[in-house]
Design a protein around this ligand. Structure first.
Ligand SMILES: Nc1ncnc2c1ncn2[C@@H]1O[C@H](COP(=O)(O)OP(=O)(O)O)[C@@H](O)[C@H]1O
Ligand SMILES: [Mg+2]
Length: 476
């Protein structure tokens, strides 16, 4: 079993930190988006307040017949209360002005037209005040409600507006930080309780279960949660108990295998005695005995063969494939040899795999696949004997986008119905005397361990099996 270092990430390097960091960043981003319009609104109402004073002044001027001669005290007070240097009132082509005494009037001023109120202009205005504002003069232009011909202008420095806007922004920032801290703290607690704690519990369980999968006490106890975590807990629990019973089964099977090995051994001894006996018996002159003795030996031989294959199946690689570079053509050449086909007196062999194809695979396991397939073909062709003219086993090769196909085809009698019905089922698929029905089952298992597929391809003549391997196994 592979052993990697098993460490649970610390509380501050795991999921929780990522979650908190994300939350804080998102909240701050949202705050920035909210900040712009609210700063714009703040500035707008600040300016509106000042303009309103101007409008009041305009009304006064309207009401007083000789406005230019109002006492200074009154006009200065009016101006001071708006923080303004001057107020201009225009109506029907006439304009009236009141201004602070002894104050030089500035030449330049930035005009702010309060009648333009779209959000973009307001936001640009607020940004303008924050970034460029300072010691500029403002000319706030507006009109009395319902009186469109008359305009009021208030002339005032921008500095107080900018100072107020800065204070407002700072307050908002503090609020945003408090909000972010609070929200992420609450979410952290929530997420820890609801997600991270159960995930850590499951992770811890997996880690300890992996140490001792045969200890049923370590199987996780699912809670009654109905969300994804609950599903995960239940799935893990059932997976662990499956593994537990599979391990148990495997141990029992291993015990059975041992028993078969013992039987096999005894059988072999019995065969040896039987062989000796039959040799003795064969010397007897009785023709009946002479005819029966070899058949006796043959039967026992068959029994031994069967026991041997069962043993091999039990022993067959439970380990995952260990891939190395495999030259495909050479590997198939060797497999044909091991399957007793190379140099066969009657059956031909055509290896159509190109010279330079190499894949990453477990050489032992992959050649077992082809030895089984080629051996089956040879056996079928041998059994058919003279019924097949020019018997041949043909290895095909094709690499398409979705996989590389290596086919083993023969021009023999085709799959018998019994084999067809139980294709790939261990111990069931055999349709020949002395067969175990293990060859195809093993071949399929080993192909699938390589991420591939083994399939039977129906053909009018003969039998063909395709081994389809993932293209990813191809080596350059
Ligand atoms: N190329 C083939 N041509 C005809 N029959 C085949 C071929 N390959 C397999 N079979 C049939 O499928 C059966 C199952 O094969 P296999 O799983 O290798 O078991 P076994 O060879 O031990 O019988 C064989 O008994 C045989 O009848
Ligand atoms: Mg076979």
């Amino acid at each position: 079993m592979a052993t990697q270092p098993r460490v649970m990430p610390g509380l501050f390097s795991g999921l929780s930190v990522k979650i908190i960091a994300t939350i804080i960043v998102v909240i701050l981003a949202v705050e920035v988006v909210i900040y712009l319009p609210s700063a714009a609104n703040f500035r707008q109402s600040w300016l509106t307040d000042r303009l309103r004073v101007g409008i009041v002044a305009a009304r006064v001027l309207d009401a007083v017949p000789d406005a230019m001669n109002l006492p200074r005290m009154i006009t200065d007070r009016l101006l001071n209360s708006a923080g303004a240097l001057a107020i201009v009132y225009r109506r029907e082509g006439q304009s009236q002005l009141i201004e602070l005494e002894n104050t030089p009037m500035p030449r330049e001023a930035v005009t702010i037209d309060m009648r333009v109120r779209d959000q973009a202009t307001l936001i640009m205005g607020a940004l303008d005040t924050l970034m460029l504002g300072g010691d500029r003069m403002l000319r706030i232009v507006g009109e009395e409600e319902g009186q469109e011909q008359s305009t009021v202008e208030v002339l005032m420095p921008e500095a107080p507006l900018r100072a107020d806007l800065l204070v407002y922004s700072r307050n908002l920032l503090v609020l945003a930080l408090i909000l972010a801290a609070f929200t992420s703290a609450v979410l952290y607690v929530f997420v820890s309780l609801i997600l991270i704690a159960p995930i850590r519990r499951l992770t811890g369980n997996m880690m300890s279960y992996r140490e001792a999968p045969e200890n049923a006490a370590l199987i996780v106890a699912p809670t009654l949660r109905r969300d994804e975590i609950g599903v995960m807990e239940r799935e893990l629990a059932s997976m662990e108990s499956d593994i537990f019973s599979m391990l148990r089964q495997r141990r029992h099977l291993a015990d059975l295998g041992l028993a078969v090995a013992k039987i096999n051994h005894d059988l072999r001894n019995t065969l040896t005695s039987a062989q000796l006996l039959s040799d003795q018996v064969a010397t007897l002159d009785d023709p009946k005995v002479q005819r029966l003795a070899p058949r006796l030996v043959q039967s026992i031989d068959k029994a031994i063969g069967f026991a041997q294959s069962v043993l091999d199946y039990g022993r067959q690689s439970v380990t995952p494939p260990r891939p190395v570079r495999v030259e495909l053509r050479v590997m198939l050449e060797d497999a044909a040899f091991d399957a007793g086909l190379a140099g066969h007196p009657t059956i031909g062999f055509a290896n159509n795999v190109p010279e330079n194809v190499a894949i990453s695979a477990d050489p032992d396991q992959l050649s077992r696949v082809f030895i089984n397939l080629i051996k089956n073909a040879r056996e079928a062709l041998e059994a058919a004997g003279a019924k097949v003219t020019a018997p041949v086993v043909d290895i095909g090769y094709a690499a398409a986008g979705d996989g590389l196909t290596i086919s083993v085809a023969d021009n023999g009698p085709g799959l018998p119905p019994r084999a067809r019905d139980n294709l790939f089922v261990a111990f069931e698929g055999s349709a020949r005397a002395g067969g175990t029905g293990l060859g195809l089952a093993i071949a399929r298992e080993l192909t699938e361990a390589h991420g591939g597929r083994l399939s039977f391809v129906d053909q009018p003549v003969g039998t063909r099996f395709d081994v389809v391997l993932p293209t990813a196994l191809l080596l350059g």
